[in-house]
Design a protein around this ligand. Sequence first.
Ligand code: PMP
Length: 445
Amino acid sequence: LVKHVDEAPLLDPQGGAFYVRRLKHRMQDCFFRPISSRPGAWIDVMEQRVDDNGVRMETTGETKRCLNLGSYNYLGFADDWDSTCGEQVHAALKIYGPASCSAQGDAGAMSVHRELEEVVANFVGKPAAVVFNMGYNTNQLTLPAIAQAGSLLISDKLNHTSIVNGCRASGAKVMAFKHNMADDLERVVRKAIIEGRGKPGEVYRPWTKIIVVVEGIYSMEGEVCDLRAIVDVAKKYKCYTYVDEAHSIGALGKTGRGICEHAGVHPDEIDILMGTFTKSFGGMGGYIAGSQELIDYLRGASAGLLYSASLSPVVAEQVLRAFQIIQGEDGTTVGRDRLRAIKDNANYFRTKLKQMGCSVLGDDDSPIVPMMLFHSTKIAAFSREALDRDLAVVVVGAPAVPIYGGRVRFCISAAHTKEDLRMALKKISEITKVLNLRYTRSIFG
Ligand code: PMP
């Protein structure tokens, strides 16, 4: 046994998704590109290439000013955080220092966290909220706190990996329904409670609780959740609802209040609202909002609040300020203007790409605009052609999407000007010709 352990390589070259890793190896230069500026509408990208042995990436020392179509900077706070939030951020740095050095449950619950929690709860229309240091952790460590063996989690098939891992870690039974299809959700619920192991025709519900988990906007599809229909099914079968608003809070709805506002669903109809500060707010961290009872319970049950240092107080202050601006509490129309600009920009960009004959996913008003590349070889080709033309884009391949589902995922920002977008579209148009990415609309609808 000792011999075997001695010989066991830490990284098994044949293990895991071997084919996917081989494929990725050849396109390493398209990922982990160092950026030497703030992640605003325009960024400085450091060029990189594979070393002479074809193994390790090295930077060439050159930086390129590129239009950034990849960051989740929906409301442009990454661009001008110093002029919009800087005063508060600097003050917070002086008061608290950069980090809390403790979990919330120990000595890391700082007054700015409490203030932010109150603001979040009011904004999303829930009695209480609690903030986490990371959006990913918010899902990964909350789901196991609220679901256990005996519970049933019914998850949208395309939910984010933080939800998938949170569901797995909970020990609950997990079932998936077809992406964004309320009809299929109903089929799955009925299978779980009615057509289960009970006598024919008899309602059989062997679960301590059933929680339906969905997202406001799906991060790889740019699709907006059909929340009204999903909530109706959940209510009909007395299931709880958990909605991840990472991409929808601050982006959807007239006042930025997310998917509930967009879909005409009252926040009371949702049991647990989750969101992150890394997108519309230009910060870090995440939140859970719900009943006071739920939040009190999480403070004693979530590993994210008990065993992991809390959100940086400086970031918490920046996010607080972003909330003020979005709500117009700074006495300006900056927030309102940006909420309008993000939708205008996203809809303009999506429409133009479709007119070009590209295969574009997602719904109106969604700032995520994925464009299908399909073939895996086109992933790197698109990224490199874009960089050659001073466009920084995020390309996505397996395992984040199916192996034949390669795509470029454009993220549109309120900080993009129409001129920026026009210029980008012109260059994208050139690339679509080079890579043969135009499909007739009759095929792709
Ligand atoms: N939920 C969803 C739907 C996401 O897309 C992401 C990340 N993009 C997260 C959670 C994790 O958030 P964060 O990056 O803030 O950790």
